[in-house]
Design a protein around this ligand. Structure first.
Ligand SMILES: Nc1ncnc2c1ncn2[C@@H]1O[C@H](COP(=O)(O)OP(=O)(O)O)[C@@H](O)[C@H]1O
Ligand SMILES: [Mg+2]
Length: 424
């Protein structure tokens, strides 16, 4: 080994030790290679301790293969591209790739041209890193750690809170099914925080025994760290992790305003999507949690009490999150036979919120899923609700959704139900 090699090795080890305490988050990486030895080197990444939580796949076809794939598939957290194209071609192919990439996806390029101008151009184009081949998997692992673990790396996770305007209206069911859809359609890792410690249904819905995950996290307070979090999360399906509730009524649970803050932030450091299943209560911690999350889904049933509660929730959210996008409104359990209901669009217009989607009442399918501990897609994959969960999954994970863009604004010519409310 030359002294240069030794120096490289030493500095590599030093940077590994710095970032070494922390593992790369549960991200998805897809590599598109041109040569089998590059694919083998990338597959060796999985041997690196820092990469133990990463889901990595390698594919053929280089940049063209990636463009074709992502025309019809969501992009992972990191794409690695091997290319033997010439300088101008690299930039133009990567521009085409950028057009089919979701925002938030990082790109790492492995090329054959050793050219500092190309390197600078790629960096200014937004490429996270460019390596000249051959490169070893250790160097690549260090670069990936640097991207996702270093102090300046943004927390990887988006947090999405699901809350019902009343109890028992399907907020948890929708949260769990949306999490399942993210895991299965976007292939992103999800963690579900079931914040209903006494009565939460996440364990039942994923056919798990009661767990103490969320209670362990809460009672650990400041001692909770990434390593402990890994230990107390239960993997309930591929890409789906759960911090489940103990459902033990010997204890009572009173939380302070910031009880969940540290847990949510830690989850965001290690999992791309953090789903908060919030019970129908109104406490300091609920209010605070709603003020800090990236996105909120409000689930309602189409009746007057839901209308009043949803209006109140929307109003308080406007004060708590004045600059954030408005919550997604889901009308659930509509179309119950003989029940007088407020039409979904009318409901939305009355509370001045756009309707995101509507799910009809289907006691057979939802009842079977709940009793079997299965998701709706597992027992009725063509059910309309499955499409809704997919649409929620794409939206909350930050993937643009054409359907959402096409959606017409809510009509204005509607009777004012708020007047009705004022009288109530
Ligand atoms: N669209 C629907 N049609 C029929 N039943 C539903 C529907 N959505 C949810 N449910 C059922 O409603 C019950 C309450 O749902 P849950 O998600 O626990 O509500 P919440 O979290 O709002 O209290 C569950 O039994 C669930 O299976
Ligand atoms: Mg619930």
């Amino acid at each position: 080994m030359s002294s240069d090699d030794q120096n490289n090795e030493l500095s590599q080890n030093a940077s590994e030790m710095q970032a070494g305490a922390r593992l790369v988050p549960r991200i998805t990486i897809q590599a598109f290679c041109e040569h089998s030895n590059t694919a083998e080197m990338i597959e060796d990444l999985t041997q690196d301790r820092r990469m133990s939580r990463v889901a990595l796949t390698t594919h053929n076809g280089g940049v063209e293969g990636a463009i074709e794939t992502y025309k019809s598939n969501p992009t992972p957290n990191l794409i690695i591209i091997e290319t033997s194209l010439m300088v101008e071609e690299i930039i133009s192919s990567l521009s085409k790739l950028a057009e089919v990439c979701d925002s938030g996806t990082q790109l790492l390029v492995l090329g054959h041209i050793n050219d500092v101008i190309l390197y600078r151009e790629l960096k200014s184009f937004g490429v996270a890193e460019y390596f000249v081949l051959p490169v070893n998997s250790k160097t690549l692992a260090s670069a990936i750690s640097e991207l996702f673990v270093s102090d300046d790396a943004k927390p990887i996770g988006r947090s999405i809170a699901f809350i019902g305007a009343k109890g028992g209206i399907g907020s948890s069911t929708i949260a769990h099914n949306s999490a399942w859809s993210i895991a299965n359609n976007i292939m992103q890792d999800v963690v579900i925080l079931d914040m209903d410690l006494a009565f939460g249904t996440s364990g039942l819905n994923f056919n798990q025994d009661p767990s103490t995950g969320i209670a362990d996290a809460l009672f650990a307070k400041e001692t909770l760290d990434g390593v402990m979090l890994d230990r107390i999360m239960t993997k309930v399906a591929k890409h789906i992790n759960l911090l489940g509730p103990p459902c033990n009524l010997d204890k009572v649970y009173d939380f302070s305003e910031r009880s969940f803050e540290n847990i949510i932030e830690l989850c965001q450091q290690s999992v791309p999507i953090v789903i908060l299943d919030i019970p129908h209560v109104w406490n300091d911690w609920v209010k605070h949690t709603l003020s800090m999350v990236d996105e909120i889904v409000i689930v309602v049933e189409p009746d007057l009490a839901n209308l009043r509660n949803a209006k109140n929730i929307i109003d308080i959210l406007k004060t708590l999150r004045p600059t954030e996008a408005e919550p997604l409104l889901i009308v659930n359990k509509s179309g119950v036979a003989k029940r007088p209901e407020i039409a979904a669009q009318e409901f939305a217009a009355s509370i001045e919120c756009k309707l995101f989607e509507e799910i009809t009442f289907d006691s057979a399918v939802f009842g079977t899923a709940a009793n079997n501990g299965q998701m709706i897609a597992e027992i009725a994959k063509n059910h309309k609700a499955v499409e809704v969960f997919k649409k929620i999954a794409f939206r909350v994970s930050g993937r643009d959704n054409e359907e959402a863009n096409k959606k017409k604004p809510v009509g204005l010519n509607l009777p004012s139900l708020m007047k009705l409310l004022k009288r109530a």
